[in-house]
Design a protein around this ligand. Sequence first.
Ligand code: UDX
Length: 469
Amino acid sequence: MAHGRRTRNPPRPVVGIAGLGYMGLATALAFAHRRVPTVGYDIRPELRQRLRSGRSLIYEKGLLPLLRSEVRSHRFGVVDGWTELVRQATVIFLCLPSPRGPTGRIDLGPIEQGVRELGGALRGGTEFRLVVMKSTVVPGTTESIVRPLLEQVAGRDSATLGVASNPEFLAEGSMVHDALDPERIVVGVSGTREARLLRSVYRDFPSPLVVLTPTEAELVKYSSNAFLALKVTFANEISRVAERVGGDIDRVMDGVGRDSRVGPKFLSAGPGFGGSCFEKDVAALTERARELGVPVPLLGQLVPANGAQTRHAADLVREAVGGLEGTSIALLGLAFKAGTDDVRESRAVPIAEELVRAGATLRVHDPAALDNFRTIWGQREPGGPDGLVFCTTVEEALDQADAAVIQAAWPAYRRWLPRWSRLMRRPLVVDLRRALPERLRHRGDFEWVGLGVGRAGEGTQAPARGPVP
Ligand code: UDX
C-alpha cells in the first residue's frame, strides 16, 4: 500500500463542446473518458437525439463504443441550446466548421454565427467563462476576430471572459486514439487564468502541453498540416523517379525515413493527398501569406504538385492498360484514404473523371464510402463525364474488367483472392498504394503494376555517362 500524503485534485471544470461533428464528438468523448464532465451542443436536433441514445451519424473506428460508454457513465451529455451549454460549462470549446471559401480563404461564416449565438448566451453572466477555438482558423483569427466579436455581443471583457486557442490534430480513422492520447496538446493563451483552466481540463491526458500565444498555436496547426502535405508530396515526386530508374518507393523511403531527422511517417507515395484538411489548410495559409505580402513559393506549389501526382496516377492506369477506349475498369477504394467513409477531396473523383473521359466504363466499389461517393459524384459541376456503375461487392466490380485500380488500401483488397483474377477479362491490378503485399504481387494469377515501383528492365533509365577523364 502506498504511504504518504494523498494529494486531492480540485474538481475539474465542466467542459462544453459546441459542434458535434467528427472532431467535436471525438474531443467531447475524450474529455469524458478522461473523467472530465462534458456537455455537448449541436444545432442539428436529429444529431442531438441520436447521440443521447448512443447512436452516431458518422463512421469512425472506436467512436460508437466510446459514445455508448460515456453516455452510460453520464460523463457525456447533450444539451439543447447555447444557454444551457453556458450555464453548465466553464470551458467552452468551439468545434465549428471552417470550410474553404472562394480564393482559398476559409469561410468564417459558421464560426461567426456560433460566436454571436454564444455571445448572446453569455450576456449578463458574471461567472468566468473560457471560450476555446478548436476549429482550424488562420493565424490571428482568435485574437483579432473571435475575441472582439464575442466581447461585443456578450457585453463582457477579459475580467470574466477568457479566449484561447487549442488546435486539434486528429486524423480520420484514428480520431479516437488521437483524441485520447495526443502526441502533444497545443494551447494558445494570453493569461495565466486561461492557462490554468486548460491545464486543469487536460490534467489526465498523458500528453505534453505546449503553451503558446493564440496566434502561435494557430500557426502550429497550419504548419503541421502543410509540412505533412509536403512530406507526402515529396514521396510522390520521388516515386516517379523510382518508377523510371527501377526501384520500389517504399524501400527507398524506408531508407530515407530511418534518419530520425526525417522520420518514417507520411512518406507513403500514392495518388496525391485528399481529405478535408490538407488542401484547404495549405490554400488558406498560402492565401493569408499572400495577403500579408509574404512570398511563400514552396507552399504555393504544394496543391499544384499534388494535382500533378493525381494526373500521373491516371496516366499510369492508361499506360498499364494500353489505352482506355472501350475498356471496363474496376476502381476500388473511393474514400480519400482507407479506414473512413469520407470522400472529401478524394483522389478517386479526378481519377474516375480522367478514366471515363479517356473512354473507360468504371465499376466502382468501396467497403464504406460507396454512398458518399455516389452523392459527391452526383453533385459535380454539370458537363463532366458521367456513367459509373456502383458496385456493392468487389466481385461485382471485377466482373469482366480489363483492370482493377486500387485507390485506397482497404484491408479487404490486400488479400487479393485468386478467384478475383478469374472474374476479370484481363487480370491486371494497378495498385496506386502498393496495397498488395510483396508475396502476392508475383503469384502469377494476375499482373501487378505498382505506383512508385519500376519494373525491372522496362523503362529503366541508365544514367548518362559523363565524359571519360
Ligand atoms: C490530417 C492530419 O493528419 C491531421 O493531423 C489533421 O488534424 C487533419 O488532416 P486526415 O485528413 O484525416 O488528417 O488524413 P491523413 O491521414 O493525414 O491523410 C491525408 C491524405 O494524405 C490522405 O489522402 C492520405 O491517403 C494521404 N497520405 C497520407 C499519403 O498519400 N501518404 C502518406 O504517407 C500519408
